[in-house]
Design a protein around this ligand. Structure first.
Ligand code: ARG
Length: 298
């Protein structure tokens, strides 16, 4: 009698010692030294020294509290001289115990690197280093789709196109490159975030025609949540997604209703102090748990 064997592709073997989280797990960094101290994106222009650290702390704590309700949240010690360190999502991209480390484009953010790298190393992540010449800004510019089978990577502002293949090689994952064309949307996470269930929240105006064609070929119309310029400029796309829950800034009623209609619970947060620095919810937390665990619904 014939026997059939099902051969499925195996993920990269996790190192015996690499971290394995069984609940959604994130790393955050309190905004103890946060400030808009320089201008490296258009959102910071006009906001230099205009953010309030007290208000930033209150907003950060609000997010930290709700996130702790559904995830384990680890904390990285904030360091003086690193005013953007609160945006920890840009320091790396993590999956299967492997951390692809950023190589920041702007010198102002490079002071953050040793602190995060040291922490990841202490937790036994396998570190995938990026050469200095090829800038790569972590989850800010490269993101997995919701089931981890494809990487979407942006170039045009911060991350260099040559870094895409290098980062994807950390997991042997196919990568699709997208070209950002509007300086306000300088990181992919400001205009494109895959959501659980094969959905996508994105701002079409941030991409060139070839990139839009790639996005439309990968996500059918009913799975694409296209946001208006108004919502995009309130960082609606910079959403942190865990299963059926979406954490983001304040949304228009139409967008909140759209997300609700396609099955998401939306948690709207006040994050105005971080928008002054050019960031939203997703950029304030680095995902450590595998996507499969992060999106597993109980
Ligand atoms: N000031 C930081 C930078 O320009 C902010 C990054 C924030 N966020 C984002 N969602 N991409 O690098």
């Amino acid at each position: 009698m014939a026997t059939s064997i099902i051969v499925s592709p195996s993920p990269l073997p996790a190192l015996a010692s690499s971290p394995h989280y069984t609940r959604p797990t994130y790393l955050m960094c309190p905004p103890e030294w946060y400030g808009v101290d320089y201008v490296i994106n258009p959102w910071m222009a006009g906001n230099v020294h205009r953010s309030s650290r007290d208000l930033a702390f209150a907003q950060w704590k609000g997010f930290h509290n709700v996130l702790r309700g559904v995830a384990d949240v680890r904390l990285l010690h904030p360091e003086p001289g690193c005013p953007d360190m609160v945006f920890l999502g840009h320091g790396a991209l993590v999956q299967h115990g492997v951390a692809a480390l950023s190589s920041f484009n702007h010198p102002q953010r490079r002071t953050e690197t040793p602190h995060l790298n040291k922490w990841l190393e202490s937790q036994a992540f396998l570190l995938w280093k990026t050469p200095r010449e090829t800038a790569f800004e972590g989850e800010g510019d490269i993101t997995f789709n919701d089931d981890g089978t494809i990487l979407w990577a942006a170039h045009g502002v911060r991350t260099c196109r040559a870094a895409h293949r290098h980062v994807a090689d950390a997991w042997h994952t196919p990568v699709r490159s997208l070209h950002l064309v509007d300086p306000r949307f300088y990181h992919l996470d400001t205009c494109f975030t895959p959501l659980h269930g094969g959905f996508l929240i994105y701002y079409p105006g941030a991409f060139d025609a070839a990139s839009l064609a790639l996005i439309e070929a990968a996500y059918p119309a009913e799975k694409r949540v296209a946001v208006s310029e108004h919502d995009a400029t309130h960082m609606a796309c910079c959403a942190l997604n865990i299963g059926r829950t979406v954490f983001t800034g304040e949304l228009s009623r139409e967008l909140a209703a759209h997300l609700f209609d396609v099955g998401f619970d939306v948690v709207q947060l006040e994050l105005g102090e971080f928008i002054k620095g050019g960031g939203g919810a997703k950029s304030l937390a680095l995902r450590l748990s595998d996507l499969r665990v992060t999106h597993a619904t109980v």
